[in-house]
Design a protein around this ligand. Sequence first.
Ligand SMILES: Cc1cc2nc3c(=O)[nH]c(=O)nc-3n(C[C@H](O)[C@H](O)[C@H](O)COP(=O)(O)O)c2cc1C
Length: 139
Amino acid sequence: MIEIYFASSSSGMVRQFAERLGRPAHDLGDRDVRRSVPEGPWVLITPSYKTGNPDNDTIPEPVRRFLRDPVTRRRMVGIMGSGNRNFGSHYQAAARTIARISGRPVLFEFELQGTQWDVADARKVLDELEVALEAAHSA
Ligand SMILES: Cc1cc2nc3c(=O)[nH]c(=O)nc-3n(C[C@H](O)[C@H](O)[C@H](O)COP(=O)(O)O)c2cc1C
């Protein structure tokens, strides 16, 4: 089963979304989770945080750390992003940057904690991806 690994700040918007997907959802704020390696395919859910540093880096540090492991990176099958359109050209910058670097797709984007329709759509995307992965493996 595709499992979820997410980063979320104290406002907890990504957490709210991740915990409504009906799948195991692991919090990268937890050090033990960050140090673990997923045993199978997994999807990252990340917010974007524009820091104002010279690189305008938006990838949360726990995500950066978790992705250092090559096996972890290889098993990541896609990314979902939470953002806020008020950030203009930086909207979803973290999810989109990770997708570009990793060659994995952005599977779904939503604002803040997402709506109930967002949750339903994301569940569908994950279910379909799972079917596709299983078909690829049994081929
Ligand atoms: C300081 C700050 C910077 C942010 N920068 C961005 C950004 O660059 N791009 C974006 O799409 N959203 C940005 N956001 C919006 C958050 O990514 C969004 O609210 C997200 O849902 C937060 O998830 P969390 O509560 O789980 O941490 C920013 C929010 C804050 C408070």
